[in-house]
Design a protein. Structure first.
Length: 250
């Protein structure tokens, strides 16, 4: 069975982000920071810091949820009941939105809101509260994630940072972790604005994993997830990570 993209957004947009479009087309600034941008960065960090101070007064903050971690396997699973996602070359990140504003956390629970301030300011989503799981990346010149540039961008060009969302754990007062994966992804798709902005939706694929590797240029790793699985923190056998492989005789 040929790999097919779940019909949530046209496949061309996904492939553009992964290797077909330019950083400019993705709405990401790639030039060195000008004096104006530096002043904007200072203003942005000031706004984020102000949100953090208000949060301490308002209270009612959502807590960071340790991420679910895929298990490395030699080959991706076959058969029905699995979907596959592109493993992006970025930093695992969790966005929390609540009465106190927007916060971004590393996979270890460190508050990186001030480092990711352009994403925090862009997270104007139509919800009262949410916890979103994803990765922060820097699209390269061809649109594909560029890991070597990520650390430099965090410190020098944060305007290049993009958050790619692939799961949602909480929405408007409701804990979603017990819902099946596809129900959570549907809720996420309805929440995240479609397109190539600062916060993007991570598409998932159905079908043969090898066909997916061959369909996307330079794809090295995919994450396979059980469609009926709930979200559980820590190592998981319902999320699997596999590197590129070739079948014997192919």
């Amino acid at each position: 069975m040929d790999a097919k993209l779940t019909t949530i957004r046209p496949r061309a947009q996904m492939l553009a982000m992964l290797g077909g479009g330019s950083a400019q087309a993705a709405g990401v600034q790639v030039g060195r920071m000008s004096g104006c941008l530096c002043r904007s960065a200072a203003v942005g960090r000031s706004k984020v810091a102000s949100l953090s101070k208000r949060a301490k007064v308002i209270g009612g903050r959502l807590e960071f949820i340790p991420p679910q971690i895929p298990t490395l396997v030699e080959r991706p699973p076959e058969g029905e009941g699995w979907v596959h996602e592109v493993k992006l070359d970025g930093y695992r990140t969790q966005i929390i939105i609540d009465k106190g504003g927007v916060r971004l956390y590393s996979k270890n629970g460190r508050d990186w809101t001030t480092k990711y301030w352009p994403i925090a300011l862009a997270a104007e989503l139509p919800c009262r509260s949410a916890i979103i799981d994803g990765e922060v990346i820097v699209p390269g010149e061809q649109g594909a994630p560029d890991c070597p540039a990520l650390e430099a961008a965090i410190w020098n060009e944060p305007s290049r940072l993009v958050f790619v969302a692939f799961d949602i754990l909480h929405l408007n007062g409701r804990n979603l972790t017990s819902l099946p994966l596809l129900q959570r992804k549907q809720a996420l798709w309805q929440l995240v604005e479609h397109g190539l902005g600062k916060i993007q939706y991570s598409e998932h694929f159905e079908g043969n994993a090898l066909a997916i590797f061959r369909a996307i240029d330079k794809l090295e790793i995919i994450i396979s997830k059980r469609t009926d699985s709930r979200y559980r923190s820590g190592p998981s056998n319902t999320w699997l990570k596999a590197k590129y492989f070739e079948e014997a005789g192919s």
